[in-house]
Write a protein that binds this ligand. Structure first.
Ligand code: AMP
Length: 211
């Protein structure tokens, strides 16, 4: 069982890599960006509150994001008597043998305060973070990739101005989170400037070295 947090600036390919890892290792993949986009698509009150913030490229409030993440982490008990199982993640295993044992979290934490919240959420589930992977891509390459993605994704937060804002926010708010994990020895930085399979190979080596 392994719990991974994956980091990468917009355009670094963290969502793609998280998806590939989830498939390869049968991990549960939780993306806070996807959870929020789902709320927006469903037009829920939370989605309505989040939409304008996301379109501006700003960070959605912790109250919303933490609630969605906690729900995704805890929504797994299908065992007839889940309380009889000590580890809630064991409940998931007993409930459905195809459910993954490890998880990969993408998009959270984005601030040091969210990093502390994640520790709290994990402690409640008797789990811990085993590895933090940061995908490193030079800024010019990030901008090039986001433009490319914008042409096909139609994401409202992929416009020129919003992209620059999201990259600045990543530098200001999320880079300090990496320092936080570096101090605790959990951080592995992986070169993400080449093709998707190259980055994937590097991440898999980092995971398997810890497993
Ligand atoms: P992503 O798909 O990870 O690039 O996230 C898309 C957008 O969702 C971000 O630009 C934020 O507006 C919002 N978002 C995702 N995760 C978080 C988070 N942990 N905290 C605040 N906002 C978030």
């Amino acid at each position: 069982m392994i719990n991974i947090v994956i980091f990468g600036a917009p355009g670094a390919g963290k969502g793609t890599q998280a998806q590939l890892l989830a498939e390869k290792y049968d991990f549960l993949h939780i993306s806070t960006g996807d959870l929020l986009r789902q709320e927006v698509a469903l037009g829920t009150p939370v989605g309505q509150r989040a939409q304008a913030i996301m379109n501006r490229g700003d960070l959605v409030g912790d109250d919303i994001v933490v609630a969605l993440l906690a729900r995704a982490l805890e929504k797994r008990s299908t065992h007839p008597d889940p309380d009889s199982l000590v580890d809630p993640w064991d409940r998931q295993r007993h409930g459905d043998p195809h459910r993954p044992e490890g998880c990969i979290i993408d998009g959270f934490p984005r601030t040091v305060s969210q990093a502390q919240t994640l520790e709290f959420l994990f402690a409640r589930l008797k789990r811990r973070i085993d590895l933090v992977v940061a995908i490193d891509v030079p800024r010019d390459e990030l901008v090039r990739r986001i433009h490319e993605r914008a042409a096909i994704s139609g994401r409202a937060d992929d416009t020129e101005e919003v992209i620059r804002h999201r990259l600045d926010l990543y530098d200001q708010q999320t880079q300090p989170v990496l320092d936080y994990y570096r101090v605790s020895g959990l951080l592995v930085t992986v070169d993400g400037s080449e093709e998707i399979p190259d980055t994937n190979r590097r991440i898999c080596s980092a995971i398997e070295a810890r497993w």
